[in-house]
Design a protein around this ligand. Structure first.
Ligand SMILES: Nc1ccn([C@@H]2O[C@H](COP(=O)(O)OP(=O)(O)OP(=O)(O)O)[C@@H](O)[C@H]2O)c(=O)n1
Ligand SMILES: C[C@](O)(CO)[C@H](O)COP(=O)(O)O
Length: 216
């Protein structure tokens, strides 16, 4: 099964305060690192970057596989839907452009799981004590961490399933923050693959320093 990658990169970096996808981490931009990881992954046929023209142009053109651009949408889920309109492959991997540390061998493991189960995502098991607070940030109750996971990307699906899921999301006018939430609406279980190495989402300035340190 061939797999296309959609790399969503049309956000506005509000929490960072400047274009985080252009930030350099050890000589390469955050977005270029994300694109390079998919270009180097066996099984990925084409990479679709959802981004404005200038951000796309900054990536350059020296890539070993086809690289396409699509306009972004208002919310992340709209950007993913836009990218999906270009997908012809049987599988599609959706990845945040803001996760530059993902490794080709990890993406490949996730593709294998998606081939087997129809839907798979990288994720990280919760390892700390979890509390629910009141509106004034006073701890009110404990939440069991058993079977709790943080969702990461890539999130990889049979393309027909993801299309059906987003059609359902649109029909019900739902807001979803990832594709796993979208496919939940059509009752599809998603295989969770524990990330073997840090795959942080660059969100605030300290994340750039952390990513640099992790690449030492
Ligand atoms: N309308 C949007 C919103 C987000 N994204 C992308 O989705 C990924 C995850 O989003 P996030 O890390 O929240 O990025 P931003 O939306 O840019 O950040 P912020 O919420 O701080 O503005 C990023 O690669 C971002 O570029 C997108 O393609 N289109
Ligand atoms: C898709 C995601 O990275 C999974 O953790 C996350 O939901 C996207 O983050 P956002 O800040 O809500 O766009």
């Amino acid at each position: 099964m061939r797999c296309a990658a959609i790399i969503v990169a049309a956000g506005s970096s509000r929490r960072m305060g400047f274009d985080k996808l252009a930030a350099e981490i050890r000589g390469s931009s955050v977005l270029r690192r994300s694109v390079d990881a998919f270009m180097a992954t066996e099984g990925i046929t084409r990479v679709i970057v959802v981004a404005p023209e200038d951000r796309f142009a900054s990536l350059g053109s020296d890539f070993p596989k086809p690289l396409l651009r699509m306009d972004g949408g208002k919310e992340r889920q709209n950007s993913v839907e836009n990218g999906l309109s270009l997908v012809m492959e049987e599988l599609v991997a959706v990845h945040d452009g803001a996760r530059p540390l993902v490794k080709p061998e990890t993406i490949a493991a996730c593709i294998l799981a998606a081939r087997e189960h129809g839907a798979a995502t990288l994720a990280r098991q919760v390892t700390e004590t979890i509390k629910r607070s009141d509106a004034d940030a006073f701890s009110r109750e404990s939440v069991s961490r058993e079977n709790l996971w943080f969702m990461e990307t890539p999130q990889i699906f049979r393309s027909d399933l993801l299309r059906e899921a987003y059609a359902e999301v649109s029909k019900r006018e739902l807001v979803v923050t990832d594709e796993v939430s979208a496919v939940e609406t059509i009752g599809i279980p998603v295989k969770l693959i524990a990330s073997p190495s840090p795959n942080l989402k660059i969100t605030v300035p300290a994340d750039i320093e952390l990513a640099e340190a992790l690449l030492k």
